[in-house]
Design a protein around this ligand. Structure first.
Ligand SMILES: Nc1ncnc2c1ncn2[C@@H]1O[C@H](COP(=O)(O)OP(=O)(O)O)[C@@H](O)[C@H]1O
Ligand SMILES: [Mg+2]
Length: 294
C-alpha cells in the first residue's frame, strides 16, 4: 500500500456533520448503539492516533451492519476498544484492538468493494437483482468462517498461526501476533539473521500443511508471514483450500515457488524441484499441536 494513501484525514465528526448518508447514526434505535460503541471506537474515530478524513474509506469499513456486529462483540467482551489500524487492504482492514483479555487483532472484511460498487450502478433499482447485496454479504461471511476454520485446523497440527478467538459476520478476532502495543512486522520488512533456517522452517510448514492438514495456503508470501520473537508466523489463511480442490496442486507449486524466490533473493541458490519434492514426499516433522485447535 502506498504512503500517499494517507490515514491522516480530517476530523471525522466535522466530516460527518450534515451528511445524509450518516443520518442513520442519529436514528433513535441506532443512536443508543452508536453512543455505546463510540467510546470503544475513539482510537479510530479521530480522537486517537488516527483520523479518517476520507469518509468513503470509513464507510467501507464501518458500515452500519459492521457497527452492529462490533457492538455485539463489544457486549460479549471480545472487543473493548478498537485502537488503531495495523493494515488496510482491498478486502479487509486489520486493527489493533483490546479485549477483556488483552490485545487482539480485529480483521474487518469490507462488505462492499470497488467492483461490487461499480456493478451496483447497473443493478440498483432493477428488481431482478434485489438480493445481490445480501448475497455479497453472505459470501464475505463464508470467507470469514473459512479463515476461522483454517486457522483452527492449522493450529491443530501445531502450525504457528494466530489463535482465532471469535467471528461475527464480516469480523474476525484473533490473537495479536506481536507485543502488546507493537504488532509484529512482516517478513518482507525485516532482515533475518539466518534466512536458510527460516526457509527450512517455512518449507516444513508448507509440507506439514499439505501432508498433515490437507490444506494449501494459497497466498504464501513474505507479506503473509509475520516475524515475531525470532520466529515466522503464518497469517491470512482465508483463501487456503483443501487438497481435493481442483487447483490445490497449482497453488502449492506457486507457494513453494514464492518461498524459493524469497530465499534465493537472500543470496542462496535453492532448487525449486528439490524443494517441491521435499514438500510432497519427505516425511514431515511433527509439531506440538495447540490445544485450542479443532
Ligand atoms: N494476528 C495478527 N497480528 C498482528 N498483525 C496482523 C495479524 N493479522 C494481520 N495482521 C496485519 O495485517 C496485515 C493484513 O492482514 P492479512 O490477514 O494479510 O489481510 P489481507 O487479506 O488484507 O492481506 C498483515 O500484513 C499484518 O501486518
Ligand atoms: Mg495478507
Amino acid at each position: 500500500m502506498s504512503k500517499s494513501e494517507d490515514w491522516d484525514l480530517p476530523d471525522l465528526d466535522a466530516t460527518m456533520k450534515g451528511e445524509r448518508q450518516h443520518d442513520w447514526i442519529s436514528e433513535p434505535r441506532f443512536k443508543k448503539m452508536f453512543s455505546e460503541i463510540e467510546d470503544g471506537l475513539q482510537g479510530v474515530l479521530g480522537k486517537g492516533t488516527y483520523d479518517w478524513v476520507d469518509r468513503r474509506v470509513f464507510d467501507a469499513v464501518f458500515d452500519r451492519s459492521t457497527l452492529l456486529s462490533l457492538h455485539k462483540l463489544m457486549e460479549k467482551g471480545d472487543i473493548e476498544t478498537i485502537d488503531y489500524p495495523i493494515a488496510r487492504g482491498k478486502e479487509a482492514h486489520v486493527f489493533h484492538a483490546t479485549s477483556n483479555h488483552g490485545p487482539v487483532a480485529v480483521k474487518i472484511f469490507h462488505t462492499t468493494n470497488a467492483v461490487f460498487k461499480s456493478l451496483t450502478k447497473y443493478i440498483d433499482g432493477d428488481p431482478r437483482f434485489g438480493g445481490l447485496k445480501r448475497r455479497h454479504r453472505e459470501l464475505v461471511k463464508t470467507w470469514v468462517r473459512k479463515e476461522y476454520r483454517n486457522l483452527k485446523r492449522m493450529r491443530k497440527v501445531g502450525l504457528p498461526v494466530p489463535r482465532p478467538l471469535a467471528i461475527l459476520n464480516n469480523v474476525l478476532i484473533m490473537d495479536l501476533i506481536g507485543n502488546r502495543d507493537e504488532p509484529a512486522p512482516r517478513l518482507k520488512d525485516v532482515i533475518v539473521d539466518d534466512p536458510k533456517g527460516v526457509f527450512d522452517d517455512l518449507l516444513d510448514y508448507l509440507a506439514i500443511c499439505w501432508q498433515s492438514c490437507d490444506l494449501v495456503h494459497g497466498d504464501f508470501s513474505e507479506y503473509n508471514i509475520l516475524w515475531y520473537d525470532g520466529e515466522p508466523w503464518i497469517i491470512d489463511v482465508g483463501q487456503a483450500v483443501v487438497a481435493a480442490h481442483p487447483n490445490s496442486e497449482e497453488f502449492l507449486v506457486r507457494d513453494v515457488t514464492r518461498l524459493v524466490k524469497w530465499i534465493n533473493s537472500q543470496g542462496y541458490s535453492i532448487d525449486l524441484g528439490e524443494s517441491l519434492l521435499r514438500v510432497l514426499e519427505d516425511e514431515v516433522p511433527s509439531l506440538t499441536p495447540y490445544s485450542d485447535g479443532d
